[in-house]
Design a protein around this ligand. Structure first.
Ligand SMILES: Cc1cc2nc3c(=O)[nH]c(=O)nc-3n(C[C@H](O)[C@H](O)[C@H](O)COP(=O)(O)OP(=O)(O)OC[C@H]3O[C@@H](n4cnc5c(N)ncnc54)[C@H](O)[C@@H]3O)c2cc1C
Length: 339
């Protein structure tokens, strides 16, 4: 294994968090290398809100404007509709590709990270070694970086329910602009449909999330949950056919236009069942959006001030993580709201 050059910052993971952090550092003229495992399209969400204020706070007005140009400015003129996840990712990626301070390396699957007093490093599955002054983990739920810094607790606790996620077309006779993000309740379950705005301002499709507490045993049987911990989101093929059939029948309880869209999606097995962790339950409950919280730590990092980074992260922990832990300990989760 050859000795690598020492770069300033490595980010492991080039999705929403990794790209936003890289752009936030580039906005402050700091060089950053992003190591992304995949090549090409890998989508990990249906829809996400992107507000100008949060993005400004994270990456500054100039680069925020550039991201929004890539996303399609008309999409922000339509009120608070979420955007298709893929459109947000693509806009961040396109912006990152334009910035000379950002080096994007796809196909870099990090299998190990480490650190000593001089540097931090990442080693990929094909034997490449990258070293940096700072290494940031943005490698998603099954994070290699988190396993290094929190080896005692690499997985989050299960919140007690799954969310079925999918997306559907509005029927041609329906104008998506007549709908808003909504919650519809049906017994102990919730449906959250959310019209998604395209870059040109049109709303031809909606995403939806169906909160369901009745499949906890199934998730344990197929190994997605172990004890109290969520290990992974199951593949579509791991869910038995009869579960899709049952959900297809149950979808008839929702009102139109959702009923038709969900019935078709379950018939096509075009849905994902994701176990929700207590952290996600909290971010859903508090309406977390992309961007804002990254601003202060990124500014401190860019200022080369180790103490300021610690202060920014401690403030983040106090303002956001501690209240979240208290809510979780107090039993606030969608499961208890639903159950
Ligand atoms: C099934 C599912 C559906 C979801 N739907 C929504 C939704 O509709 N709306 C929403 O807001 N959120 C949704 N989420 C949450 C979703 O995780 C976030 O939207 C968002 O993708 C999180 O961004 P992230 O950058 O933190 O992590 P991720 O998007 O998970 O990205 C992690 C990145 O790191 C890379 N990576 C992982 N391991 C390594 C490694 N070892 N080496 C190098 N690279 C690595 C991955 O390839 C990926 O690009 C969903 C999650 C799941 C599992």
């Amino acid at each position: 294994m050859s000795e690598p050059d020492l770069v300033e910052t490595i980010i492991v993971g080039g999705s929403l968090a990794g790209l936003t952090t890289a752009i936030a550092l580039a906005a402050r003229e700091r060089p950053v290398t992003v190591l992304e495992r995949t090549r090409g399209r890998t989508q990990r969400g249906v829809a996400i809100g992107l507000g100008r204020t949060d993005l400004d706070a994270a990456v500054g007005t100039e680069l925020s404007t550039r991201v929004i140009e890539h996303l399609g400015e008309d999409s922000l003129r339509q009120g608070p509709y979420p955007h298709p996840w893929w459109n947000v990712y693509t806009a961040l990626r396109a912006t990152a590709e334009e910035l000379p301070d950002i080096t994007l390396i796809d196909g870099a699957h990090v299998i190990e990270v480490g650190e000593d007093n001089e540097s931090a490093w990442a080693i990929t599955d094909d034997g490449r070694r990258f070293a940096a002054r700072v290494l940031i983990g943005a490698d998603g739920y099954r994070s290699v970086v988190r396993r290094h810094v929190a080896a005692h607790h690499p997985y989050a606790n299960y919140a007690g329910y799954i969310v079925w996620l999918g997306q559907s077309d509005f029927p041609p006779e329906v104008n998506g602009k007549d709908y808003r993000v909504d919650f519809e309740s049906g017994g102990p379950e919730l449906l959250a449909p959310y019209p998604m705005v395209q870059g040109d301002g049109t709303i031809p499709r909606y995403g939806w999330a169906w909160f369901d507490t009745s499949h906890n045993d199934l998730l344990r049987e197929i190994g997605a949950i172990d004890g109290d911990e969520v290990l992974h989101t199951p593949r579509t093929t791991a869910i038995p056919d009869e579960v899709y059939e049952t959900m297809q029948r149950r979808a008839r309880k929702w009102s139109e236009p959702w009923r038709s869209g969900l019935t078709k999606a379950f018939g096509d097995h075009d849905v994902i069942a994701t176990p929700i962790t207590e952290y996600v339950a909290d971010t859903v409950a508090t309406g977390d959006a992309i961007g804002g919280p990254l601003g202060e730590p990124a500014a401190a990092l860019a200022g080369n001030d180790r103490d300021a980074v610690h202060v920014a992260l401690r403030r983040y922990e106090a303002q956001r993580l501690q209240p979240m832990r208290r809510k979780v300990q107090g039993g606030m989760s969608f499961a208890s709201m639903l159950g």
